[in-house]
Write a protein that binds this ligand. Structure first.
Ligand code: DX5
Ligand code: ZN
Length: 223
């Protein structure tokens, strides 16, 4: 599976969003990570459909929407309309059966579906969703804020999920999110992650292209 870099818009300069999206595109990013937070599921509020929808008009990159809200199932149609290419739902926001239905619904609208695990959940929690998802997101910080410190104790979880996917001949991707940068990307790639959400270390870089290209190289060489 190819290495993919998904810069997190949360770290972009909101005053110049159009320029920032162009900067990410020119840097060689593969998708754009949109963190939707409602102040209930996580203790922070970010942005919603109108921002995603406006971004979708100025970028060719797929929009990778990470839902950190309660009741995300209510917003799937709206996200599709706003131009989302992929929607990630956290494992603990609804019961398993309902989550599977929601993931199937996302797929039925032609988007990619993903399930996300907060740090406290074991790898096994993701296994039941593998047949229904394109990606598993392993949080490497507590969701809610950019710029936090990478939790290296998540590495065994990445390995466990990768082993499970390989055993089951699954094409499912593993995304990591939180504190990813030059000091953590190699360990994640070595453990089996292939998709890297990078906020502070991408938009925060003086030269975003150099940073993104370096992340791709580090991840590829670490495998
Ligand atoms: C945290 C978000 C992340 C965040 C990553 O809840 O899910 O996507 O923007 O930012 P960095 O890379 O700065 O940790
Ligand atoms: Zn995120």
């Amino acid at each position: 599976m190819d290495i993919k870099i998904s810069p997190s818009i949360l770290a972009a300069d909101f005053l110049y969003l159009a320029d920032e999206m162009k900067r990410a595109e020119d840097a060689g990013a593969h998708m754009l990570h949109c963190d939707v937070m409602d102040g209930v599921y996580v203790p922070n509020i970010s942005f919603g459909f109108n921002v995603i929808s406006r971004i979708s008009t100025i970028t060719n990159l797929p929009l990778d929407v990470h839902m950190m809200t309660s009741c995300p199932e209510k917003y799937i149609d709206e996200l599709k309309k706003a131009g989302a290419a992929s929607i990630t739902i956290h494992s603990d926001v609804m019961p398993k059966e309902k989550l599977i239905e929601t993931l199937k619904y996302i797929k039925s609208l032609g988007m990619n579906a993903a399930v996300s695990l907060k740090p406290k959940f074991d790898a096994e929690v993701a296994f039941d969703y593998v047949p229904y998802v394109d990606m598993i997101l392993i949080m490497t910080v507590e969701p809610g804020f950019g710029g936090q410190k990478f939790m290296s104790d998540m590495i065994p979880k990445i390995k466990k999920v990768r082993e499970y996917l390989d055993q089951h001949k699954s094409e499912c991707s593993i995304q990591v999110d939180g504190g990813i940068g030059k000091d953590s990307i190699e360990a994640c790639a070595k453990a089996g992650a292939d998709n890297f959400v990078i906020g502070t270390a991408s938009f925060g870089a003086q030269n975003m292209k150099e940073a993104v290209q370096n992340f791709i190289k580090l991840a590829e060489n670490a495998r």
